[in-house]
Design a protein around this ligand. Structure first.
Ligand SMILES: CC(C)(COP(=O)(O)OP(=O)(O)OC[C@H]1O[C@@H](n2cnc3c(N)ncnc32)[C@H](O)[C@@H]1OP(=O)(O)O)[C@@H](O)C(=O)NCCC(=O)NCCS
Length: 274
């Protein structure tokens, strides 16, 4: 692939502080700090051909986009253009289109035939003009932790533990099983152990004390509850005093037992975490 025309260039690890500052302006709800962003650029997700471009105007990062093959699905030829955004003062000058072109030019030789992107409401006309069709609505909710009631007790035969008390091999089967019916444009049915390690377990933002797992002792009520190990989890990432509820899941055979609420309210009540 030839280099994109200036001012768009491939992102560098040292862009991380500027990328985080720009993202905080356009997508203030996202929690991903400088160290984690630097690592994402320096050591991208294996097997996904992940790359990112920035718009660099007078040595200031004023635009960002990343592009990769979606590695968590068995659906062939499916890619993502993620978080395309341009600083509000630099819009309407072709930077968004140039970043999008660089992203799509990166994906085309990989055999990607369908691409998912995320757009704010205000950017839907731009996305439509570039050939995207609105599909699903994504919503984020904010929670002020001081107002969270105490957690309900866990179901019989289940213990709640901080993620720090289990290993990756115990969490991986639960994450994989819970993801199978995750709502989305393509099934999340092919998350490799390598990708789990990269995205979740080795993620610099993962808070292992606040993230909580529900572990069954194999003696729970009902036939479907008879297995042992991690049966529900709530994973959170942190940057300073902000936390991102990254992924809460219950293994299909254990749904309807009231496990999701105790795992999530466990971390939300940990006021001593600051
Ligand atoms: C969507 C977004 C990335 C567009 O960024 P941008 O830099 O303003 O994009 P462009 O300048 O390339 O295109 C915007 C308009 O400016 C016009 N334009 C003005 N001057 C231009 C120039 N010199 N060259 C090319 N286009 C120019 C384009 O024709 C385009 O008009 P159109 O939307 O009617 O086609 C930006 O609005 C944004 O960050 N939005 C919030 C984040 C978001 O939701 N992103 C999702 C994108 S799918």
């Amino acid at each position: 692939m030839s280099d994109p025309p200036a001012p768009v260039r491939v992102a560098r690890p040292d862009d991380a502080p500027d990328v985080v500052a720009l993202r905080a302006l356009v997508h203030p709800y996202i929690v991903r700090g400088v160290a984690s962003t630097r690592k994402m650029i320096a050591e991208p997700s294996p097997g996904e051909h992940w790359t990112a471009f920035v718009a660099d105007v007078d040595r200031a990062v004023v635009g960002w986009v990343s592009a990769y093959r979606e590695g968590r699905t068995s659906t062939d030829g499916f890619g993502c253009v993620s978080l395309l955004h341009v600083h509000p003062d630099h819009r309407g000058r072709g930077l968004g289109s140039a970043l999008l072109t660089a992203a799509l030019d990166h994906l085309a030789p990989l055999g990607i035939r369908r691409v998912r992107a995320w757009a704010l409401d205000e950017a839907l006309p731009f996305a439509r003009r570039h050939g995207f069709t609105p599909g699903r609505e994504l919503r984020y909710s904010a929670l002020e932790l001081r107002s969270v009631p105490p957690p309900p007790p866990a179901a019989p035969g289940v213990r709640l533990l901080p993620l720090a008390d289990v290993g990756p091999d115990e969490l991986y089967p639960a994450v994989r099983a819970a993801a199978v019916d995750e709502p989305g444009d393509v099934p999340v049915d092919a998350m490799s152990y390598q990708s789990f390690r990269y995205e979740i377990w080795d993620n610099l933002g993962l808070d292992r004390q606040a993230s909580t797992v529900a572990v069954a002792d194999g003696k729970g009520a009902g036939e479907e509850a008879a297995d042992e190990g991690v049966v529900a989890f709530s994973l959170v990432k942190r940057d300073g005093d902000r936390m991102w509820s990254d992924y809460t899941g219950t293994v299909p055979g254990h749904r309807g037992r009231g496990l999701a609420r105790p795992v999530t309210s466990q971390w939300s009540c940990l006021r001593e975490l600051g």
